[in-house]
Design a protein. Structure first.
Length: 167
């Protein structure tokens, strides 16, 4: 299947995600001074989980999904390397993948939507990869604040740049 807005097949997008070199992101995340102080092994696990999140985004761009907080933190580290992140987004998705960090913070209904997005992410991960995404506290503050629904005022999103048509 070819996405007409990108000119890439889903298989090409997934291959590009799997080929991402995130060595420096893991290095930074492992630093105690200005990162999260993760062990090298844990940073490797978060790299795998982050790539799986991106693959699920590619396969299900219209679903609201929320990764576990450490996967979200890994994503934050990637975003902070602005040039690399922009180039990686272009190479994988053909557009900038935005992060909207407010889902779950705007009241009780929003918190429920975040939890539902997290559970959907877990279900899809188990279906796609044979295991749920890693998380520390099941059902309690384990989801990050992100979703994939662009243009919906009541939901957060991480998708195409505002104003551009979605795939």
């Amino acid at each position: 299947m070819i996405d007409s807005t990108q000119g890439k097949t889903l298989e090409q997008t997934i291959a590009a995600i799997q080929a991402l070199d995130l060595t420096l992101i893991k290095f930074k995340a492992s630093r105690k001074e200005d990162g999260y102080g993760w062990s090298a092994g844990y940073a490797d696990q978060m790299e795998v989980a982050y790539k799986r999140y991106l693959i699920l985004h590619a396969k299900h761009p219209d679903l609201t999904l929320a990764p576990e907080q450490d996967v979200d933190r890994f994503w934050h580290m990637h975003i902070l390397d602005t040039r690399k992140y922009a180039a990686d987004c272009e190479a994988t998705f053909g557009h900038f993948l935005h992060h909207f960090p407010y889902l779950g913070l705007r009241g009780e209904d929003d918190a429920k939507a975040l939890q539902e997005a997290f559970l959907e992410m877990q279900r899809l991960s188990a279906e796609e990869f044979g295991e749920p995404m890693p998380h520390r506290e099941p059902g309690k503050d384990s989801a990050a604040w992100c979703s994939l629904e662009a243009g919906k005022p009541s939901a957060a999103w991480c998708s195409l740049e505002a104003g551009k048509p979605s795939a």
